[in-house]
Design a protein around this ligand. Structure first.
Ligand code: NAD
Length: 342
């Protein structure tokens, strides 16, 4: 994968397309972000065969089918996805189905562009998998494009990125290098996000945050995630809760639960966040970003927890602390009710 990073460097997108010999590209975007699609289309000029601007959160299978049909109809030779994780997810799903290459211009901090993980939601279930073929050929990070990202979106997607780092730190396949990236990614985002919530146009902070999300995305791609990502996956795929906000609300509870069982990860998170109690600091950052105070506020009901629990325990997976059903239910109830994190 190639990475182009820096303010103004989206101008190099045509050179990236030329490098891979792509000249019938479909530009993929999301409703409400027509200006991004326009900017990229103008830059790419004659290399654009058409647009698909209907990316949706959690990558519904119906949208993937529609996008692939459009790509086929236009005789495209690749896609350029500009936007957040929802748009990037659609670009990856199209790449998986069609085998066509995708170039990505990320405008949030989800980190999806750095992973070979695809996800598709159908019949109330989100399926994910790893396929090296969905990894973008080239990623263009341009902090200028993120200057108008609203403070709340910046904060919540930045916390989503920190969640990748936290779980990478206690992953069963963590390495010294992934741990280095996770700590530095968390530090970069925790430093940049409070600045961006006050001053969204601050270019040095935007640059730092993108650097953090790049690092945290790499961590997600290179390690195995645990309880936190499993829970967010179920809450998003089955209950349609908003991805980044769900991560932001839940992460302090999982941190309080898991980090005491993973001392090295706990120490790294404490250093990166500059505090002795990472869970409380993550809760503070979530509130600062404007996350709802509880999963209940997002519409999750106590009666939904049986289904969440059924899915959590349907398959074994790695976690630094042994999972007992009553403890996991207790964690979920606390997050659902917004009980202050201990
Ligand atoms: P998102 O893509 O839905 O974007 C959030 C909001 O930001 C949207 O309303 C969007 O229109 C807006 N936005 C984007 N760029 C903007 C800009 N420049 N200016 C103003 N507004 C802008 O949400 P997200 O948090 O970026 O991504 C969430 C999705 O990504 C989920 O579906 C999640 O499953 C997926 N994800 C996948 C991976 C992976 O590795 N596969 C990793 C992380 C997240």
């Amino acid at each position: 994968m190639r990475v182009v990073f820096g303010a103004g460097r989206v101008a190099e997108l045509p050179a990236e397309a030329d490098r891979f010999g792509l000249d019938r590209l479909v530009v993929v975007g999301t409703p409400g972000r027509a200006e991004d699609v326009k900017l990229v289309s103008t830059l790419l000029g004659r290399r654009v065969a058409g647009h698909f601007e209907d990316a949706r959160m959690h990558v519904p299978a119906s949208v993937v089918r529609a996008a692939c049909e459009e790509v086929g109809r236009l005789g495209a030779d690749g896609c350029v996805a500009i936007g957040g994780g929802s748009v990037i997810g659609l670009g990856k799903a199209v790449a998986r189905r069609t085998g066509l290459p995708v170039i990505v211009v990320p405008t949030t901090y989800s980190g999806s562009e750095m992973t070979p993980i695809w996800g598709i939601t159908e019949d109330g279930r989100k399926r994910t998998g790893r396929d090296i073929g969905v990894l973008p050929r080239s990623v263009v990070y341009d902090p200028e494009l993120t200057r108008r990202l609203p403070p709340r979106v910046s904060g919540l997607s930045g916390l989503n990125a920190i969640a990748h780092a936290m779980e990478a730190l206690y992953a069963p396949d963590a390495s010294p290098v992934t741990s280095l990236m996770a700590e530095e990614g968390t530090r970069a985002l925790a430093t940049a996000l409070p600045i961006l919530i006050d001053e969204p146009g601050d270019l040095p902070a935007r640059t730092l945050a993108l650097r953090g999300s790049w690092l945290c995305g790499l961590c997600l791609g290179q390690t195995t995630m645990s309880l936190h990502h499993k829970l967010c996956h179920i809450l998003g795929g089955t209950f349609d809760l908003p991805h980044a906000e769900t991560h932001s609300i839940l992460m302090p509870y999982v941190a309080a639960f898991n980090l005491p069982a993973a001392p090295a990860a706990d120490a790294a998170m404490s250093r990166a966040l500059g505090v002795a109690a990472p869970a409380s600091e993550l809760a503070r950052l979530g509130a600062l970003a404007g996350a709802a105070p509880s999963l209940g506020e997002l519409g999750l009901a106590e009666s939904d927890l049986d289904e969440v629990m059924r899915q959590v325990f349907s398959q074994p997976y790695a976690n630094p602390r042994r999972l007992w059903p009553d403890e996991v239910r207790g964690l979920l109830l606390a997050a659902l009710r917004g009980t202050p994190v201990q």
